[in-house]
Design a protein around this ligand. Structure first.
Ligand code: ZN
Ligand code: ZN
Length: 404
């Protein structure tokens, strides 16, 4: 594994400042201001307020393709428990997913690419996206005319920090992040006195039975070689022990990598919810609302192979980490442009955690013990992560921008 010098650079200060001042989805005003000011200083044409709080920086540098490099900016409603000296100063909000690191690396990469513009040609489109955590920010920027204003890119590049060791980059060809569907389900019963269940249709029992039956979707209906997750993350009904309530509600999260598997799972959920309601004698059909929907991030095989040497040229060890069950909306920028996506994981865990380990299995077991993204204790090491993340973005972008 590579060991890069740990130094405090101006970019570490920028990172610590962003980390101290996290902003929730679509509230990234301070962050967007810092991004816009820096991009203007580097000589970018800058537009703010794209997709509400998004920022676009562009350098039109002669003939050549448009290359989109993306970072997300939002933080999470999490109370930070890292104990870091630069911990969040905002109660109940923290950069627990590392988007502050993504912003820092992309800004540093923009500075470097702007300074070296005599050595490449084409159009560099730096996209600082809001509201990734709600899986709606990419859509908001596209609906606000991102490509009508700046043209379609030939490739979408980006990275997400992960608890792999700093010095390691994870690049997986094919489905890299899962599709997500968030469903909100309302089951209707007939309420009444807890002492007279025979006069009611109890939605609590209906919900309990539905939750249990939903467990069979993955275990009995999905081919064992395919991946699917069905999680009932919220279940609610009633106010008091002696009242049978009229409704029960639940929220369900579905993750899949494959479109056919996705529609089979969604179809099975609908069938089970309707079936359990019918079987209970529900007075009204249940309602299923699709609250959240995002396709899988599918990394293009040829584009990944073409970019891999550029990533390796940074000195990073480039590994295949497999697919991640989390979700991301970066893929939408590529789907909408009908161009390949190359999205990699950037190791951010302190390399000292991995000393003395040699096998892939040992590494995997160690990664599983470290605080993951969204944990209150998630704390990537600023260096060498920022230096390497910057170098990776620069090298990948330069691969796609022809020598000027
Ligand atoms: Zn996240
Ligand atoms: Zn994230």
């Amino acid at each position: 594994m590579v060991r890069l010098m740990s130094t405090t650079t101006p970019w570490v200060e920028v990172y610590e400042d962003l980390h101290r001042h996290p902003e929730l989805s679509f509230d990234e005003h301070r962050t967007a201001g810092i991004v816009a000011d820096a991009l203007r200083d580097f000589g970018f044409e800058v537009e703010t307020g794209v997709g509400r709080t998004g920022v676009v920086g562009v350098i039109r540098n002669g003939d050549g393709p448009t290359v989109l490099v993306r970072a997300d900016m939002d933080a999470l409603p999490v109370t930070e428990q890292t104990g870091l000296p630069y911990s969040s100063s905002v109660e109940g909000v923290a950069h627990a997913c590392g988007h502050d690191l993504h912003v820092t690396c992309l800004l540093a990469a923009c500075e470097e690419l702007a300074a070296s513009r005599s050595t490449w040609s084409g159009t560099l489109l730096a996209v600082f996206q809001p509201a990734e955590e709600l899986i709606v920010g990419a859509r908001a920027m596209l609906d606000d005319g991102l490509y009508e204003r700046y043209g379609r890119p030939v490739v979408v590049l980006g990275q997400h920090v992960a608890p792999l060791p700093a010095g390691v980059i994870g690049l997986h060809t094919g489905p890299a992040f899962a599709a997500v569907d968030g469903l909100s389900i309302t089951l209707h019963g007939t309420g009444g006195h807890g002492s007279s269940p025979h006069t009611t249709v109890d939605p609590v029992v209906m919900a309990a039975s539905t939750v249990m039956r939903l467990q069979t979707v993955v275990s009995r209906e999905v081919n064992p070689k395919d991946m699917a997750v069905v999680t009932v993350g919220r279940l609610s009904a009633g106010t008091k022990s002696n009242i049978i309530p009229p409704v029960a509600t639940m929220d369900v999260s579905v993750r899949t990598y494959d479109e056919a598997v996705r529609s089979r799972v969604l179809g099975a959920i609908e069938r089970i919810v309707n079936g359990e309601a019918a079987s209970a004698g529900a007075p009204r059909d249940p309602e299923i609302r699709h609250l959240e929907r995002c396709d899988a991030v599918v990394n293009d095989g040829d584009a990944c192979e073409a970019t891999r040497p550029a990533l390796a040229s940074t000195g990073a060890l480039v590994i295949d980490p497999g697919s991640v069950a989390g979700s991301e909306d970066v893929g939408l920028f590529a789907t909408e442009a009908d161009c390949p996506c190359v999205y990699w994981l950037l190791g951010g865990a302190d390399p000292s955690h991995f000393e003395g380990l040699s096998t892939v299995r040992e590494f995997g077991e160690k990664v599983a013990t470290l605080p993951s993204n969204h944990s209150p204790a998630f704390a990537p090491v600023p260096e060498p992560t920022i230096t390497l993340g910057t170098a990776a973005l620069v090298a990948a972008a330069r691969h796609w921008l022809p020598v000027g």
